[in-house]
Design a protein around this ligand. Structure first.
Ligand SMILES: Nc1ncnc2c1ncn2[C@@H]1O[C@H](COP(=O)(O)OP(=O)(O)OP(=O)(O)O)[C@@H](O)[C@H]1O
Ligand SMILES: [Mg+2]
Length: 369
């Protein structure tokens, strides 16, 4: 589904805004602090029911306001429409609706809106620990196979119980009672993830070679425990250590996607701009897989694209997004940083000023001067 109409109330500095985005490119420009990222944050919220900027629920609500509301008419490739709404009050109460019917889980919204964010923080995907890489892996698996979500939830619950038993220093018997279910769910999670990785790997390589020449580039999936050892055996041989640590060491909770050049971690070798291109290529490959396997089109939110990217790469990325037929929202401080790459593309332009969003119409009407 794509955003056809979006109504935003009380999100950061945006009090009240309604936009009718293009189904293709939406270029959003405005000075620092005008509200560009806040607009993207609102769109992201529809598909994740959380912010990408703060895990503190209240931060996103406009200062001195109690309630924030988001509403959107979505449109499918077959031109059917669906409306969705989210209302969050500062006391952490969140109401979600699809076609005016209340829904309980955020997954119902996420299924409708496969949203991919590329922003200056996307680097943390390479720099930091495995968590963000695991999370984009799971994002991909979930959108390709929706049933993965309930399996993942069951595994998280089981892991939590086992860890709690370890933390509480319960007896051996009370800890290993979880192992059967833990291993059973772990094997299933691994199968889903591996299957998705096998779909993604060739597409990622292909997209990346179009953008960069990197010799000896490696993209690997690590499942979180030794390939050739039975997980149940590992859990039992490491029970003492798990008890000392107070958490379960081996399992899918340690899975990772490894990006290397030969044996060197990518972030130790590539420039920041190149790293950004690799991360963008990975996200574009994910969208391509989803399109090929499920016929679903992603929505891209690209915040501050110009930062650390030369014009050549900026325009090349735009070209790749264009080929995907995705709905894209791109922000920049100045028009001329992006617009030349959008010439002859279908789309609209929005100017943001003090939290007000002005629709400036079709891209083709733009005067580049
Ligand atoms: N909860 C809030 N209530 C009201 N205003 C807020 C809130 N949180 C942040 N702001 C303000 O909203 C404004 C818009 O922020 P935003 O990050 O969207 O700007 P931006 O256009 O993306 O700027 P930049 O180009 O610097 O990235 C900022 O001035 C910020 O201080
Ligand atoms: Mg911003």
């Amino acid at each position: 589904m794509k955003f056809n109409r979006v109504v935003i109330n009380n999100v950061r500095n945006i009090s009240d805004a309604t936009i009718f985005p293009s189904e293709k490119f939406n270029f959003i420009y405005g000075v620092n602090g005008s509200g560009k990222t806040s607009l993207l944050e609102s769109l992201y919220y529809f598909g994740h029911v959380r912010s990408f900027r703060s895990h503190l629920v209240n931060r996103i609500i406009k200062l001195d306001q109690e309630v924030m509301t988001l509403f959107s008419d979505l449109i499918s490739p077959q031109q059917t429409t669906l409306n969705v709404g989210i209302q969050r009050t500062s006391d952490k109460d969140c109401k979600m609706h699809i076609q005016q019917q209340p829904i309980k889980t955020t997954a119902d919204l996420a299924i409708l809106l496969p949203i991919i964010l590329i922003n200056p923080d996307s680097f943390s995907l390479l720099d930091g620990g495995p968590k963000p890489r695991r999370s984009i892996l799971d994002w991909g698996v979930f959108h390709v196979e929706h049933q993965y979500y309930s399996l993942w939830l069951r595994f998280q619950r089981c892991l939590k119980q086992r860890n709690q038993a370890l933390k509480d220093h319960l007896s051996y018997e009370q800890i290993i009672v979880w192992d059967e279910e833990f291993c059973n769910l772990a094997e299933q999670i691994d199968q889903y993830r591996r299957h998705y990785y096998e779909l993604l790997n060739p597409v990622f390589h292909k997209v990346l070679t179009e953008l960069l020449t990197i010799e000896n580039f490696k993209f690997e999936y690590h499942k979180g425990w030794n390939e050739d050892i039975d997980l149940k055996e590992l859990l039992s041989t490491h029970l003492e250590q798990d008890m000392e640590r107070g958490y379960t060491y081996y399992g899918p909770q340690r899975a990772d996607l490894i990006l290397k050049i030969g044996t060197i971690p990518l972030q130790d070798f590539l420039s920041r701009g190149q790293q950004k291109i690799v991360v963008s290529a990975l996200r574009i490959a994910q969208a391509q897989v989803l399109r090929e396997i499920n016929g679903k089109e992603c929505i891209f939110l690209v915040d501050d694209l110009p930062s650390e990217l030369g014009a050549e790469y900026r325009f090349f990325l735009i070209e790749m997004l264009n080929r995907l037929n995705a709905q894209v929202f791109i922000t920049a401080i100045e028009k001329n940083l992006i617009l030349p790459g959008l010439v002859n593309k279908e789309g609209k332009m929005f100017h943001v000023e003090h939290g007000n969003i002005h629709d400036e119409g079709e891209l083709v009407e733009v005067n580049f001067g």
